[in-house]
Design a protein around this ligand. Structure first.
Ligand code: IPE
Ligand code: IPE
Ligand code: MG
Length: 245
């Protein structure tokens, strides 16, 4: 499978909505958190596969602003799992020259989670092979609102005029500033929705939906998604004859 991938046409940025942990656990007759724990294996495999291929940015939707509405027990377990996983995996990321980054409103995370995250980011900040972006307490609407607040403040401070708020200025005020937009967005578990993930950034992203539950997602599933992406024609509003090269 991997051999079929055209490395010249690799997506530079892949986003993943890691969904289906709860249903996976249910199928195995286990509590939901068992699914989240097994999702870590999929994160490891996917990160490794993406880095090996030469993908530059991998953004994983790990916790949405709406996920706070889940039972307290599950939210707490997820936050602890994050601390535990970072403690185990940051060294491996570092050894593999992978930089960790986070997007989302980190101020609302429990102190221990935020601390583990910021330490991991600091530890790996000079790495250059791939950037692994964790979307935590993230939502696309939050991102747009915080960008608007930032730009509003700059207008108020007299640094810019309202007419300076171009598409580029908005993109630069988003939490993904400096990153290319994802070319490919994968959602697992059979759901065909965005659930408030990157909104502005996916204007021209190719969407790929797979029925595989996240804990079962492996390297071959990533390769399959990339191959599917490589067989699509991205027209960006033009006609087919204009984009064939
Ligand atoms: C995704 O799996 C993980 C998070 C949202 C944190 P789910 O927990 O949403 O699993 P399902 O969708 O209930 O199966
Ligand atoms: C989206 O999954 C959020 C993450 C994967 C972190 P959800 O399971 O929360 O989405 P909905 O509620 O099914 O739309
Ligand atoms: Mg879900």
């Amino acid at each position: 499978m991997k051999a079929q991938i055209n490395t010249e046409k690799l997506p530079c940025h892949i986003g993943i909505i890691m969904d289906g942990n709860g249903r996976w656990a249910k199928e195995h007759g286990k509590p939901r958190i068992f699914g989240h724990r097994n999702g870590v294996t999929a994160v490891r495999e996917t990160t490794e596969a993406a880095a090996e291929l030469g993908v530059e940015y991998l953004t994983l939707y790990a916790f949405s602003t709406e996920n706070w509405n889940r039972p307290k027990l599950e939210v707490g377990a997820l936050m602890r799992l994050l601390v535990e996983t970072l403690a185990k995996e940051v060294n491996t990321l570092h050894k593999n020259n992978i930089r960790l980054k986070a997007i989302g409103d980190l101020s609302k995370l429990p102190d221990s989670t935020r601390k583990a995250l910021l330490e991991g980011i600091e530890h790996t900040k000079a790495n250059t092979r791939m950037t692994l972006v964790l979307a935590l307490n993230y939502s696309g609407k939050w991102d747009l609102a915080q960008a608007a607040q930032r730009l509003g403040q700059q207008v108020k401070d007299g640094q810019i005029n309202p007419e300076d708020i171009s598409q580029e200025a908005v993109a630069n005020a988003l939490s993904t500033s400096g990153m290319p937009d994802p070319e490919l967005l994968i959602r697992t578990s059979g759901e065909a929705r965005i659930s408030n993930f990157l909104l502005w950034q996916i204007a021209y992203t190719e969407l790929y939906f797979t029925p595989v539950f996240w804990p079962d997602f492996r390297k071959d599933d990533l390769y399959t998604a990339i191959l599917d992406y490589q067989n699509r024609e991205r027209r960006f509003g033009k006609i087919s004859e204009q984009v064939i090269s």
